[in-house]
Design a protein around this ligand. Structure first.
Ligand SMILES: Nc1ncnc2c1ncn2[C@@H]1O[C@H](COP(=O)(O)OP(=O)(O)OP(=O)(O)O)[C@@H](O)[C@H]1O
Length: 936
């Protein structure tokens, strides 16, 4: 007989048994195997109990004391006791009763452990070490960021220096430009003044008004009159006029548009001689002309300068000589010369650094922002936060440790940043008070971390977080600040827009950086605490903005992470009381409608669970997920009743989407039920009790929730520590669990280097290492090879003694091998419950029989013979000389089958034949696929 079967594949096993092996023998073998496994575990339990008994007798009093302390500490002190005791027995091979001093030691250890379980310190250390290991592994990323900080600062410095030198070389400097004299201006433009537009008065008026806006300097002893005040100032020498211009130019007093210097001012009535030069600031003057006359630069200049001279002449001469026409400008010996304004290299113009550094620093100090977000999203994407929560993590400690780590990374970067600025002697450091920029960087670090925390709530994938994070950095450090810079200095920009822009933290930061850079630009004294040249109003408001923004982001992060849930739930509950009542009523009606369909075994379980004292009691649990995109709500669980006592493995079977994971998630506190109740170790499942419940449960989730960059040892150490183990006990537990699951050799390997099966074993190890009272195993052996699977089964069997284990699996072989009881869930409802054999009996129709012959002729003959022997048998299918039948249970006497077919093998040309029992898989399919007994 030729049936190949993979022992790990339930479908193979369910189909056939060898004809060479008698069915009963096969049955016996199977039962024997199972019995052996159970015996083994029972023996071990017995042995352990024996050891405990020896030790417990002496530490009995202490246990009582502990159990008195509180129901919570009781609930977790037992596993702790068990742990300590089992470890003690491991150490003590001779099994001698422990001495008094040793008892004291154990007692103290246990008291310490129970005190510290899930305590702040342990969880803090666990998370801290976890982050430390991960940071160690992520040092490449961090080093890149720090190296980039150095490179970028050197770059900023280099660019500043290069531009400085370039400007120094290219900006012309001419403190006393040559005069250039020309009759052209005089001849060409004097008449122009008289009749420029046919309205000389108006034109003169304009010029006069214009000249009032200019500053004119006139040498010699001349008192300004009303009309020119305050534009005429007298200087004795040409040098003093030059000095004045030079100083005003250095001070950037660009409103000086021009000046007049009188070389000769001979006012003798017979031969008056006036000779003067006009200095003009070509840029300012030209701009003014362009504005006034909307002329091109050249036209404006050529038109304006002579008329300016003319106006000056007329006004001056008028003042000197009055209205006497014989002494008018026409009669005077006039010489008009032009002179350009002196040019200087202004230091401020060369200080490109003070302009580029706010943007560059803003960019550099944003680089850690995506890193902060990614570290949180990674744990979210890999469901690690969920797993940690289910294993007892207190969310506030999680955020606190992340916050501290982000600060640590930022501090390193800021230190590198400062060192570089000091080395390169940036004026930002040398000119400004340390506290001014240090406080700013502190505020920025705080705001950036809070912003990363807040935004991480909206990302689910690490990849998209990186991409969007980098995009955000570019947007926040280049695009937005450039826009802000372009409008901020403009007085016409409404404050609302400035305010809204400053609500973006990066803008508030860059604004403060700009102010500090400006204060320390070349020629400026720097920002000082007491005597500051800082724009206090703007800078102070930026500091305040950053602080307030961080408070808002932290508050929102706390909201998104359920910190306010207890209060909000109370409010919600109060508001929605009526609405909720309706939902409950609705679901109860559904249950009522389908009451007739509830099988007897399920009804029995409903009755039993109401009065039992099982470790896990589920009473009418229901979960509805809200419908999305207009779909109806999904009722994932519709009133489940179930009880799982201590020392039992309960297999919850069901097709995809039956509600198994939903049940586990509710029981482990990850999601809350829509209705119904559950008790875990007599603690009612509710938000209030969740911390206590997390101390007594552990879970192996359906998907491996692991840090790829942690080693196997570090992973287990983390979860054990999270659950309260420490010191030697912690090490022993980790070692033992790794050994149990054949992972000890690979303990130093990173999880990323583990195979799929190894990762699964580590996930299982996480749930077993903490010695919890209730263990949830969601498809624990998926992807394992047959030998690992069997090893894992042994471990699970061994661990069940003090625990209630709830197992979900799609492997019927696994359920058959491990489960003490099986429940089959379908579409959110329990369809059957019982011991495997019972279910097979109840749902099995009989035996399966298969015959394989060597020819078509023999196939028919064998069929005829078979039908003669078993007239009530039903042919299920026939293909290529192979026929499959189903025989009613009562029609067959197993002891005769062998003779009937083995003796006729040759005569009927039978190559192979086989008979098999109803398998669990058949039961499962009958219940779930057709949902109608007998249709299979
Ligand atoms: N967050 C959710 N939002 C909406 N529906 C959900 C959600 N989680 C689960 N469901 C739905 O609830 C039902 C039960 O899902 P659950 O994951 O409990 O099934 P399961 O029995 O564990 O399936 P599997 O064997 O595939 O793991 C499914 O129809 C599923 O689509």
């Amino acid at each position: 007989m030729s049936t190949t079967s993979d022992p790990s594949d339930p479908s193979d096993l369910s189909e056939t048994q060898s004809s060479n092996t008698d069915l009963e023998l096969t049955d016996k073998k199977q039962r024997k195997e199972k019995k052996q496994r159970k015996d083994k575990s029972q023996k071990k339990d017995k042995k352990q109990r024996k050891k405990k008994k020896l030790q417990t007798s002496s530490s009995d009093e202490m246990s009582k004391q502990e159990s008195k302390s509180s129901s919570v500490s009781d609930s977790h002190s037992t596993p702790t006791n068990a742990t300590s005791l089992s470890i003690a027995s491991e150490e003590d091979d001779t099994l001698q009763p422990p001495s008094k001093s040793r008892n004291k030691k154990i007692k103290k250890k246990m008291r310490d452990l129970s005190k510290k379980k899930l305590g702040f310190k342990n969880q803090f250390i666990a998370l801290f070490l976890k982050n430390l290991y991960l940071q160690k592994r992520a040092k490449k990323t961090n080093l890149i960021i720090y190296a980039f900080t150095i490179i970028f600062i050197v770059y900023v410095f280099g660019v500043g220096e290069i531009v400085h030198r370039y400007l120094e070389e290219t900006i012309p400097e001419n403190k006393n430009p040559e005069s250039y004299e020309s009759d052209i201006f005089l001849n060409a433009n004097f008449p122009y003044v008289d009749t420029p537009t046919g309205s000389p008065d108006k034109f003169e008026g304009e010029l006069s008004a214009m000249s009032q806006n200019l500053t004119f300097y006139v040498t010699r002893d001349y008192e300004p009159d009303d009309q020119f005040q305050p534009i005429l100032t007298l200087y004795d020498t040409k040098d003093s006029l030059d000095d004045q211009f030079f100083q005003s130019y250095e001070k950037n007093l660009q409103e000086i548009a021009g000046g007049i210097y009188f070389e000769h001012l001979d006012l003798s009535p017979d031969s008056p001689k006036v000779e003067y030069s006009v200095y003009f600031n070509s840029t300012d003057t030209t701009n003014m002309i362009i504005q006034m006359y909307k002329q091109s630069q050249l036209e404006g200049l050529t038109m304006y300068m002579p008329t300016l001279v003319n106006t000056a002449n007329r006004n001056i001469f008028k003042k000197l000589w009055g209205d006497d026409p014989s002494k008018s400008g026409d009669a005077a010996d006039l010489f008009v010369g032009l002179k350009d304004f002196p040019e200087f290299k202004r230091k401020e113009a060369l200080d490109i650094m003070s302009i580029e550094q706010p943007f560059s620093f803003n960019f550099i100090l944003h680089m850690l922002f995506p890193v902060f977000m990614v570290s949180i999203v990674y744990e979210k994407e890999n469901l690690l936060i969920d797993l940690m929560k289910m294993m007892g993590l207190k969310t506030r400690i999680y955020w606190l440790v992340n916050w501290l780590f982000d600060w640590a990374l930022y501090f390193v970067q800021v230190t590198v940043f400062y060192i570089m600025l000091v080395i390169l002697r940036f004026r930002f450091i040398t000119q400004n008070d340390f506290s001014i920029h240090f406080v700013l960087l502190l505020l920025w670090g705080n705001t950036m971390i809070s912003m990363a925390f807040f935004l991480s709530n909206f990302f689910k994938k690490v990849k998209s977080t990186y991409i969007i994070g980098i995009f955000l950095v570019v947007f926040l450090t280049f695009v937005l600040p450039t826009y802000y810079w372009s409008i901020a200095g403009n007085n016409s920009t409404p404050y609302t827009i400035i305010f809204l822009l400053k609500c973006v933290p990066s803008i508030a930061f860059v604004q403060a950086l700009m102010a500090i850079s400006d204060a320390s630009a070349i020629g400026q004294p720097g920002a000082k605490i007491d005597e500051t040249s800082l724009d206090i109003k703007n800078t102070g408001s930026s500091y305040l903005f950053l602080f307030v923004q961080s408070i808002i982001f932290y508050t929102l992060t706390a909201y998104f992470n359920g910190f306010f849930d207890p209060v909000l739930n109370k409010i919600k509950h109060f508001i929605k009381k009526k609405f909720l009542k309706k939902i409950l009523h609705h679901t109860q009606t559904i249950d009522q409608d389908e009451e007739d369909e509830v099988p007897q075994d399920v009804l029995d379980e409903i009755k039993r669970v109401k009065n039992c004292d099982d470790e896990v009691r589920i009473l009418g649990l229901g979960k509805s997920y809200p419908g999305k995109d207009g779909n109806l709500p999904k009722h994932a669980l519709k009133g489940l009743h179930l009880g799982i006592p201590k020392g039992q493995i309960f297999a919850l079977l069901g097709p995809n989407g039956a509600g198994k994971t939903t049940t586990m998630s509710i029981l482990s506190g990850l999601i809350s039920p829509t209705f119904g109740k559950a008790y875990i170790n007599d603690l009612k499942l509710n938000r209030h009790n969740m911390d206590k419940i997390h101390q007594i449960i552990s879970i192996c989730p359906q998907y491996d929730c692991l840090w790829g960059e942690q080693s196997g040892w570090e992973t287990l150490e983390f979860f054990a520590r999270l659950h309260g183990y420490q010191g030697e006990i912690l090490k022993k537990r980790v070692t033992q669990t790794l050994q149990d699951l054949d992972l000890f050799e690979d303990r130093k390997k990173l999880i990323n280097e583990y195979s799929g099966g190894m990762k699964r074993r580590i996930s299982l190890a996480i749930s077993l290492i903490v010695d919890s009272k209730i263990v949830f195993l969601d498809e624990p052996t998926t992807g394992m090879d047959p030998s690992s699977k069997r090893k894992v089964w042994d471990v699970i069997q061994e661990k069940k003694a003090d625990r209630a284990i709830i197992l979900t699996t799609h492997s019927m072989e696994e359920a058959d091998a491990l489960a003490d009881r099986i429940g089959i869930l379908e579409n959110g409802k329990l369809r059957a419950i019982g011991v495997s054999e019972e279910l097979k009996k109840r749902f099995g129709k009989g035996y399966k029989f298969s015959i394989h012959t060597n020819s078509t002729k023999n196939d028919k003959r064998a069929h005829k013979y078979f039908m003669k022997k078993y007239p009530n048998a039903q042919l299920l299918n026939s293909l290529a000389c192979t026929r499959n039948y189903e025989i009613p249970k009562d029609d067959i006497l197993l002891s005769t089958v062998f003779n009937q077919f083995e003796s006729r093998k040759e005569k009927l040309g039978i190559l192979d034949w086989g008979i098999s029992h109803t398998t669990l898989e058949e039961v499962f399919l009958r219940i779930t696929v057709n949902n109608e007994i007998g249709d299979f």
